[in-house]
Ligand binder design. Structure first.
Ligand SMILES: NC(=O)c1ccc[n+]([C@@H]2O[C@H](COP(=O)([O-])OP(=O)(O)OC[C@H]3O[C@@H](n4cnc5c(N)ncnc54)[C@H](O)[C@@H]3O)[C@@H](O)[C@H]2O)c1
Length: 309
């Protein structure tokens, strides 16, 4: 694959940050690490918007599943947008897969990491790739709950490191949170904002703070709903109805918890509790802990706060 070119564009001249962002990186070649729920979606939208994408995972079997999922998703998008079959063909042409991140990273402009939510595993991956990626390559993590700064510190390119937090399902959800650590350069930040727009999303920016914007508001809200129910103040059904009909939310907090996964929600709140043990919004919930211990993780296991057939 012809990956070698590095392309830069001039930053907008009027901006006061123009000197810092003198030559933003125009991202053309993208490596997405992790072909699960999020990584496959990110690879799909990047390829569909004309980027050359390599999707990396641990085995060919997983990658086959990811590619099949992408093909099915593309068919749905094509139907919805009245696009022709050539849209699918063109997108798939831009997409290749690999099980060897080190071998593909030498010719990429942007690495987007979407692997398992584990600080040590992510750190190890970034540390390894840092040695093989070209100087100009930007690293980004899709983490929902880990600190971008800590991930960046596992590399020597802290200025070329940021967060790109996409939402599930990636092809449908319009938002991306672009996360800037104190070390992220203005040029990197603006390049990530431009990339987010180029893949058809509406980026917002946030500092490297727990949960960024959306989860910082959403997770404590869901935990407050659990605490309301735990105290016996209202039933979970009534809380869900109240938030749908009274606040206009499409799902109630318990429906949303079951959709997100109770293990994921517990993992996030436990992590924040360690960071800020005195913050009552981050306090663990005995009921949530009990359901997770019983492997009642929500929709994916057939039971969480509600039962699913
Ligand atoms: N699921 C969500 O709703 C959501 C939303 C936003 C962000 N995120 C974040 O995105 C990331 C991925 O989440 P997901 O839901 O897609 O997980 P997932 O379990 O569906 O996929 C993770 C993939 O990473 C692969 N993987 C693990 N270690 C790897 C390694 N060292 N090298 C290459 N591949 C590896 C796994 O085989 C798996 O296919 C997490 O950091 C998560 O916090 C998830």
């Amino acid at each position: 694959m012809a990956f070698a070119t590095r392309r830069f564009v001039r930053a907008a001249s009027s901006s006061s940050s123009s000197s810092a962002a003198a030559a933003k990186l125009l991202v053309k070649h993208v490596t997405v690490i992790g072909g699960g729920l999020m990584g496959a979606g990110i690879a799909q939208i990047a390829a569909a918007s004309g980027h050359t994408v390599v999707l990396v995972d641990q085995s060919d079997e997983i990658l086959k599943k990811s590619t099949k999922g992408i093909e099915e998703s593309l068919k749905r998008v094509t139907k919805k947008k009245f696009a022709g079959a050539e849209f699918i063909e063109k997108t798939l042409k831009n997409l290749t897969t690999s099980t060897d991140a080190v071998a593909v990273v030498h010719s990429t402009d942007l690495v987007i990491e979407a692997i398992v939510e584990n600080q040590e595993i992510k750190n190890e991956l970034f540390k390894r790739l840092d040695k093989f990626a070209p100087e100009h390559t930007i690293f980004a993590s899709n983490t929902s709950s880990l600190q971008i700064t800590q991930l960046a510190n596992s590399t020597t390119r802290q200025d070329r490191f940021g967060g790109l937090h996409f939402f599930n399902p990636v092809p449908m959800m319009k938002l991306v949170e672009v996360i800037k650590t104190p070390m992220t350069s203005q040029k990197t930040f603006e390049s990530l904002m431009d990339f987010s727009k180029a893949v058809g999303k509406s980026p917002v920016s946030c500092k490297d703070t727990p949960g960024f914007i959306v989860n910082r508001l959403l997770v404590p809200y869901m935990m407050e709903a659990v605490r309301l129910f735990e105290r016996g103040d209202a039933s979970k059904e009534d809380i869900d109805v109240a938030m749908k009909l009274g606040a206009g939310y499409p799902m109630g907090p318990f429906e949303l918890l079951d959709y997100v996964g109770l293990d994921t929600s517990k993992y996030i709140i436990d992590g924040w509790h360690v960071l800020e043990p005195n913050n009552p919004l981050f306090a663990p919930s005995p009921l949530l802990d009990k359901l997770v211990a019983e492997k009642k993780l929500g929709k994916k296991t057939g039971e969480g706060f509600y039962k699913y057939k």
